[in-house]
Each structure stands twice: as structure tokens, then as C-alpha cells.
Ligand binder design. Structure first.
Ligand SMILES: Cc1cc2nc3c(=O)[nH]c(=O)nc-3n(C[C@H](O)[C@H](O)[C@H](O)COP(=O)(O)OP(=O)(O)OC[C@H]3O[C@@H](n4cnc5c(N)ncnc54)[C@H](O)[C@@H]3O)c2cc1C
Length: 427
């Protein structure tokens, strides 16, 4: 069993971008080489800025290379919750930006000819409890009436044509969500950023930031310092002590994935006949999809623990049990990959972007970063170019986690986790 993300293992080998001399100055320094950072570098370089991206490890080594490879539609909170908080008009604006985000990923793959299997597979939200199906019915009406988004409700009987499992009580099908091979997308975006003129420096962490009296920043890194007119923090759940302001605002949660051996086309099709992206409605839910070579990728939070090699294996065992509960026909199937990663959540369960103390940022995607990180990179490039109104998340602030002395270590998660696990047991 390999303990590396399937998506990185099956993407072409990455060039080594470490050991390069850092220039003395740049227009824009981007900290972090995931989709947020790469997209910011790509879009700012295309505007003609001199861009330097520093990445602590390798491009895509954070969540961007370790996720479920789902580019799904829809807000990170329910449309009803968004309306309650912000009013219908603003909720619709936010909803539309999440929808546009998927279009932006598609546009980049086309413009830059990134061969990453992007296709509108559709997302099947499956109901774990009968009452979840009833709330899906209400959501479907709300989406159609107030958000201009047509989805399809599938009863338990109708779901049989979409899923080889009797585990769920029906589903809501969104046709616009897309699947992609995120390893290939991350690589392609890094190459596109370089073609646009950005420099990428791997294995070089930013270690400190000092605001300069005449404007801009001095960014200290492991391999020298660089002056920058503008700096972008694109570190999400991997934010370290170099950026303490953000650590007080993020709750980082481990998420884990197992991938089976190749199942063959017929067996794979019997599980998910139309190749949908499946996301279940449990509190501690699962995300499930087929890979391009007919394996099943089965992800979930499994336990409220951070990701590390031992924790990933432990979580993989839980996921395997859960997978065979949902798909008993997979008992005995070999697991070829297990890995984990950290997902950045914000206190209000929305992503946040803007400028804090002169520093640009975008993070806290709450599990929707494949499309939103890519999209927000484009928005931040516009913001840096003097257009703050291009920020679809403007006005949301970035609330601190309201736990005394909180500094980025969410010690309280296992308690909340136990509560939600117990709720999931009641069917
Ligand atoms: C297991 C898992 C499954 C997921 N599934 C999905 C999914 O299917 N769909 C979806 O939309 N989202 C999913 N997500 C979330 C999504 O992957 C993230 O929201 C997104 O990748 C965040 O991108 P990012 O570029 O902001 O951060 P990251 O990709 O995490 O990149 C941050 C980078 O910053 C670097 N860094 C940190 N500190 C420094 C420093 N001081 N100096 C230099 N570099 C630094 C890190 O090394 C890292 O590479 C999933 C996440 C996980 C972990």
C-alpha cells in the first residue's frame, strides 16, 4: 500500500524547483505553492508583474495535491443559511461566485491546454437519513427559485441507476460539478505560471515578514530575503508560525482517502454507473469517486485527528470498514493507496480573502478549495491590481476562532467530533 496521494503518484514527475537563487526584489511574492498560490502567481504574472512564489516543500504538497479531486458546485454553507446571514441578494452573489469558480478551472485547463481529465461529471449528494432527503427536496426548490440553479431530485428507487449501493435514501444531482485529475492540474498550473514569467522556488519557506517604511515588505526565507511591493499569503491549512494572524482564524481538520486496486471497467461501473462525484450527507461524511483507471477513491474525516503517516494508516482502516458497509461487494478488495491532508476551515464556514495589515490572503475553503482556490487566485490578482471590488468575498471579514488563547491548534475538535459521530449513529 502506497502512502502517497494517488493524484501525485499518477501525474508526470515534477521538475525540481529547489536550490535556485532568490532575486533581491519582486513586484509580488506569493507564499505557498498550492492552487491558491499558483493561480495567484499565474494571474499576476500574466498581468506583467515580476512574481516570485516560495513553497516550503514541493508544489502541490499541501492540500492541493492530496484532495478528492472534486470540483463541486455550491456554497460551503446551505443557501438558506447564506440568505439568513447576508440576505437573498448577497447570498445569490456568493452562490454565483462558487459556480463561476468551476468555470474558471475549466477555462484555465482549456487556455493552457492542461490535460487533466476535467469533465462535468455531476455531483450526487446522497441522503444518509430520510430527513436529509426531505431537506434536499427543499434545497432543490430553493436553488431553482432563488439561485437560478437546476438540480435533480432522485428517490431511493431512482438512485439505483446512479449508485451500486442501498445505503442511501435518495439524492440531489447537480449536473455542473466537475471531476478532474488534480495532480495533473496542479502541475499544469505551475508550468503555466512559469510560462507567464513567474519564478517558483521550492523547499524554501518564508520565515518572517517585515513591513518596509516606504511600502511593501521584506520577506525572509530559509534561503535569503526578498523585497516585494505586494505579498500574498496562500498557505491555508498549512499556515505556520511565519503567519500567526491567520492561524488564529483557521481550524485545520484532517481528512483521509483510500484508493482501491483497479477494479476493471465493469465492476467500477456497477458502483457508480455514470461516474458521478458522490458526497454523503453525514455530519462526518464521505466523498467517493472513480479514478480514471477504474479504482474507487473513498475519502472522509474518519477521525478527528491531524494527518501524519501513522494517523493516515489508522484512518485508512476506518475508511475501509465504512467503504464496505456502503459497498459490501468491495469486501476483500485490496487498498493500494492511503493518505491524508489538512483542510482549512473558518469559524463561519466560508472562505475568506482580502488584505490584512497590507498582506493579501485567501484561505479557509472548508473543503471546496479545488475550484475556489483557483478562482480566488484570479480575484486576488485583480485586487492587487487596484480592484478590491473583484473580491467576491469582500465584506465578510475573517473572524477569529472565539476560543481563549487559540493559536491554531484545535484541541477541542475530538469533543465536537464525538458529538457528531454519535448523531450519525442515529438513523
Ligand atoms: C484529504 C482532502 C480532501 C479534499 N477534497 C477536496 C475536494 O474533493 N474538492 C475540493 O474542492 N477541495 C477539497 N479539499 C480542500 C482543498 O484541497 C483545499 O481547499 C485547497 O487545496 C487549498 O489550496 P491552497 O493552495 O490554499 O492550500 P494548500 O494546497 O494547502 O497549499 C498551501 C501551501 O503553503 C505551503 N506553506 C505553508 N507555510 C509556508 C511558508 N511559511 N513558506 C512557504 N510555503 C508555505 C505549504 O507547504 C503548502 O504547499 C480537500 C482537502 C483534503 C486535505
Amino acid at each position: 500500500m502506497k502512502q502517497i496521494p494517488y493524484w501525485l503518484d499518477t501525474a508526470p514527475a515534477l521538475p525540481d524547483r529547489s536550490g535556485k537563487d532568490l532575486p533581491d526584489e519582486a513586484d509580488v511574492v506569493v507564499i505557498g505553492g498550492g492552487l491558491t498560490g499558483l493561480s495567484t502567481a499565474y494571474h499576476t504574472a500574466r498581468k506583467g508583474a515580476r512574481v516570485v512564489l516560495v513553497e516550503k516543500d514541493k508544489v502541490g504538497s499541501g492540500a492541493s495535491g492530496r484532495n478528492g479531486s472534486m470540483c463541486t458546485q455550491g456554497l460551503t454553507i446551505s443557501p438558506g443559511e447564506a440568505r439568513k446571514r447576508y440576505g437573498q441578494e448577497r447570498a445569490r452573489e456568493l452562490y454565483d461566485s462558487f459556480r463561476e469558480a468551476v468555470d474558471v478551472v475549466e477555462e484555465i485547463t482549456r487556455t493552457e491546454e492542461i490535460d487533466c481529465d476535467f469533465h462535468r461529471a455531476g455531483r450526487l449528494g446522497v441522503a444518509f437519513k430520510p430527513q436529509h432527503f426531505e431537506s434536499m427536496r427543499a434545497t432543490q426548490r430553493d436553488l431553482a427559485d432563488n439561485f437560478g440553479h437546476e438540480t435533480q431530485l432522485l428517490t431511493r428507487a431512482e438512485l439505483k441507476s446512479e449508485l451500486g449501493s442501498d445505503y442511501y435514501h435518495g439524492a440531489l444531482l447537480d449536473p455542473l460539478s466537475a471531476a478532474l485529475h488534480v495532480g495533473k492540474f496542479v502541475h499544469g498550473l505551475a508550468e503555466a505560471a512559469e510560462r507567464a514569467g513567474a519564478q517558483i522556488h521550492e523547499r524554501n519557506a518564508a520565515t518572517g515578514l517585515t513591513r518596509l517604511p516606504g511600502g511593501g515588505f521584506l520577506v525572509e526565507t530559509l534561503h535569503g530575503a526578498i523585497r516585494a511591493k505586494q505579498v500574498m499569503a496562500a498557505t491555508d491549512a498549512y499556515t505556520d508560525k511565519a503567519l500567526p494572524w491567520f492561524r488564529k482564524r483557521l481550524i485545520n481538520v484532517g481528512s483521509f482517502i483510500i484508493v482501491t486496486e483497479p477494479l476493471g471497467e465493469a465492476r467500477a461501473k456497477a458502483l457508480i454507473p455514470n461516474g458521478r462525484l458522490v458526497v454523503d450527507s453525514k455530519n462526518i461524511g464521505h466523498y467517493i469517486r472513480l479514478t480514471p483507471d477504474n479504482r474507487l477513491a473513498f475519502g472522509g474525516r474518519a477521525r478527528f485527528a491531524p494527518s501524519d503517516p501513522a494517523s493516515d494508516v489508522k484512518s485508512g482502516g476506518i475508511l475501509k470498514r465504512e467503504m464496505t458497509e456502503i459497498f459490501p461487494q468491495l469486501a476483500g478488495v485490496r487498498i493500494d493507496y492511503v493518505w491524508g491532508g489538512m483542510v482549512g476551515f473558518s469559524w463561519d464556514r466560508l472562505p475568506h480573502a482580502g488584505e490584512a495589515n497590507g498582506l493579501y490572503y485567501s484561505m479557509g475553503y472548508c473543503g471546496h478549495g479545488v475550484q475556489m482556490a483557483t478562482y480566488m487566485g484570479r480575484a486576488v490578482a485583480e485586487m492587487m491590481d487596484g480592484r478590491p471590488e473583484a473580491n467576491p468575498l469582500r465584506g465578510l471579514g475573517f473572524p477569529k476562532v472565539p476560543v481563549p488563547f487559540y493559536n491554531g491548534t484545535p484541541w477541542f475538535l475530538p469533543f465536537g467530533g464525538a458529538y457528531y459521530k454519535a448523531k450519525d449513529k442515529l438513523r
